[in-house]
Design a protein around this ligand. Structure first.
Ligand code: FES
Ligand code: FES
Length: 191
């Protein structure tokens, strides 16, 4: 059976005609071509498919798209503000918190939700909040440190009265390989 769906993704309204039994992950990747959200276990165990639904991290492999109507969905493609990456993306690049990068989109959107809820989390809080996002490469330390660093930078920008403390224009990158940051994947691209 086919259905007509209205989905709000990254602030854009989409009118989609699709199979009624498709998951949100399938709609994002196959119908909307938003392939930043990764396809992993499809069992609710790896967290690679995490997106924000009304600001909360949810596993898009377990959510039927029809049940996401009327919500605000944010994917990794919507984490940057235009050309200005989120501080989390910059910190991941600066500290090498992405290796293969497969977990990074889910990790980044989960971390963004954490910083909304707890602006300056300690390492235990970061580990606890990200415990549903598995990474097979990094050993997690760099990821935890990157989230801490991003939180610190956002707090400093907020204290300085920046209009958008979560995002930074990288017109003159000064640290790490931030000049090659891929704002979608949240990892270094090829220069
Ligand atoms: S693909 Fe959704 S939790 Fe693994
Ligand atoms: S960087 Fe490879 S799975 Fe996390």
């Amino acid at each position: 059976m086919r259905v007509r769906l209205q989905l709000n993704v990254n602030g854009e309204q989409h009118d989609i005609v699709t199979a009624a039994n498709k998951t949100l992950l399938e709609i994002l990747r196959e119908d909307l071509r938003l392939t930043g959200t990764k396809h992993g276990c499809e069992l609710g165990e790896c967290g690679t498919c995490t997106v924000l639904v009304d600001g909360e991290p949810l596993l898009s492999c377990l959510l039927l798209a029809v049940d996401a109507e009327g919500t605000e969905i944010r994917t990794i493609e919507g984490l940057a503000a235009g050309p200005a990456p989120h501080e989390l993306q910059i910190a991941f690049a600066d500290l090498g918190a992405s290796q293969c990068g497969y977990c990074s989109p889910g990790m980044l959107v989960s971390a963004a939700a954490l910083l909304k809820r707890t602006p300056t989390p300690d390492q235990d809080e970061i580990r606890e909040y990200l415990s549903g996002n598995l990474c097979r490469c990094t050993g997690y330390l760099k990821i935890v440190e990157a989230v801490e660093l991003a939180a610190q930078r956002v707090a400093e920008s907020r204290a300085a009265g920046e209009p958008d403390p979560e995002h930074r224009q990288l017109s003159h990158p000064t640290s790490g390989d931030a000049s090659t940051l891929d704002p979608v994947e949240g990892k270094r691209g090829s220069a």
